[in-house]
Design a protein around this ligand. Structure first.
Ligand SMILES: *Cc1c(COP(=O)(O)O)cnc(C)c1O
Length: 372
């Protein structure tokens, strides 16, 4: 699917831009960009838009990055009426800055908003908010390797009111944080702890929405995973596979079929959707259906399942080497770069994102000012 909007600015909201009077120096920024890690450092600016029941979306601004002042009774602090998105800005070899399928993030933010009874941000305003922050902080988009500027749009109930109902005042923000390569010394396979005592989501719940509460629910089981010597936790529902705390799951069968769990409580990842589309175009069969733990376990034992991987914006693709639970451990063969379908799809996707191969799907969307 290609972008449903032209690449010109048609946002009805005008962003008032206030330059940060004391941005980081070139030297400070260079030092941060040399080793940014993830989510630790933030750029000089942020986007802020307000919404009220009476006035709709208003007061769109790019301003200096700063602390937010909130009333202690702000509904988000009590009832977690909050949603977010996560996507990256990639610098291409010619210096231009792009994002990958941001329309899909904007549409997902609208779906999350509906579930959390928050107002829907128009898609053109969402895209304009991304362009606005990247244009203010273009110098913060790192160059080279698999580095990027991670963009974090989020929206929450700011109204000071302790009654339980949808807030009548809401804030939307975008902040940006430079990100180093997720894998520094080559992609590392992960081990997965199967959580049988805890769920992250339930049928009819908020699992399909990108909302902070789902992450809050995943933290204790994630600690359990660490205690078991595992990197990540995999959630189930009634014995069926769901996803990891923040990544989707895909299994690869011997005949090349890719199988991914379908459920109304899974967050529909844009990375997974894109990888599966690339695989389908290569002639692979894609199955989106309920998948039981037993199917995975028996498939690995019989040799019918040859690969498993987690996928999401941050790591793109993370092969799974081990699945551990209270009563069993299964080991997956770790395939070399040349044999692994997961790694081959990862390369194709990142080559598109970084402009190293042609974007035949219209997935890239330019964020910096030039050439629009
Ligand atoms: C964001 C997220 C994903 C991955 O989505 P992408 O669009 O691929 O980044 C998967 N699971 C959960 C729970 C998420 O929040």
């Amino acid at each position: 699917m290609s972008l449903s909007l032209p690449l010109t600015d048609i946002s009805p909201l005008q962003f008032a831009v206030t330059q940060n009077p004391s941005p980081r120096s070139d030297a400070e920024r260079a030092e941060i960009l040399a080793n940014p890690g993830f989510g630790q450092f933030f750029t000089d600016h942020m986007v802020q838009i307000h919404w009220s029941e009476r006035g709709g979306w208003h007061r769109a601004a790019v301003e200096p990055y700063a602390k937010i002042s909130l009333d202690p009774a702000a509904a988000v602090l009590h009832y977690a009426q909050e949603i977010f998105e996560g996507l990256k800005a990639y610098r291409h070899a010619d210096g231009s800055i792009w994002s990958f399928r941001p329309d899909q993030n904007g549409l997902r933010l609208q779906r999350s908003a509906r579930r959390l009874a928050l107002p829907e941000l128009p898609l053109d305003t969402f895209l304009a908010s991304l362009r606005s922050i990247v244009q203010a902080d273009a110098a913060w988009v790192p160059e080279g390797g698999e580095t990027s500027l991670y963009l974090r749009p989020f929206m929450f109930a700011s109204e000071a009111f302790l009654g339980v109902r949808a807030a009548r005042k809401v804030y939307y923000f975008v902040i940006a944080s430079p990100a180093g390569a997720y894998f520094k010394g080559g992609v590392l396979p992960v081990s997965i702890w199967l959580s049988t005592d805890y769920a992250r989501a339930a049928h009819g719940g908020t699992g399909a929405a990108k909302t902070g509460g789902n992450y809050a629910a995943s933290l204790l089981p994630q600690q359990e995973a660490y205690a078991q010597g595992c990197d990540q936790v995999l959630f189930l529902q009634d014995g069926y596979l769901e996803e990891l705390g923040g990544m989707n799951l895909v299994l690869v069968k011997k005949d090349g079929t890719l199988v991914t769990p379908a459920s109304d409580s899974i967050l529909e990842g844009i990375t997974r959707d894109s990888l599966l589309q690339l695989a389908e175009e290569r002639g692979h069969t894609i199955e989106r259906r309920p998948v039981s733990v037993d199917e995975w376990r028996e498939g690995v034992a019989s040799g019918d399942i040859v690969e498993a991987f987690a996928c999401g914006t941050a790591a793109v693709v993370n092969p799974i080497a081990q699945l551990k639970s209270t009563d069993f451990t299964i080991e997956l063969p770790v395939l070399g770069e040349g044999e692994s379908l997961a790694m081959s799809l990862r390369k194709e996707l990142t080559d598109i994102q970084y402009g190293r191969i042609e974007d035949t799907h219209g997935w890239l969307y330019r964020l910096d000012g030039q050439n629009r």
